[in-house]
Design a protein. Structure first.
Length: 93
C-alpha cells in the first residue's frame, strides 16, 4: 500500500511524524481527504475539528486541532501546522 510522510506540529512541539496512508481533516472550505499522490494544496484548518491520520495495518491517530494549516507539498509530503494540537485521549504518538 502506498504511503506518504506526514509531519504534525503545534507551536509548542512536534505532535506526530511518520508514514500514513491517508489524512482527513476539515478546512474552512469543507472536509478534505489526502491520499498518497494528492495534488499540492494549502488549506486553513477549521478550529475545533479533529485531524485523523490513517496508517498501514488499520491503525489511526486522531488529533484535536485548534486552527492552523494543512499543506500538501509537491513531493507528496503533508505538513499539518496547528495553532494548538494534542492527541485525543487514549492516543499515543
Amino acid at each position: 500500500m502506498a504511503t506518504m510522510h506526514v509531519e504534525l506540529v503545534s507551536i509548542e512541539k512536534r505532535i506526530w511524524s511518520g508514514e500514513a496512508t491517508a489524512v482527513y481533516g476539515r478546512t474552512t472550505e469543507g472536509e478534505l481527504g489526502i491520499l498518497p499522490g494528492h495534488t499540492p494544496l494549502l488549506g486553513a484548518l477549521a478550529p475545533d475539528h479533529p485531524v485523523r491520520i490513517d496508517q498501514e495495518g488499520g491503525q489511526s491517530i486522531t488529533v484535536d486541532v485548534q486552527g492552523g494549516f494543512l499543506f500538501v507539498h509537491k513531493d507528496h509530503e503533508v505538513s499539518i501546522l496547528a495553532e494548538q494540537a494534542e492527541l485525543s485521549s487514549g492516543e499515543q504518538a
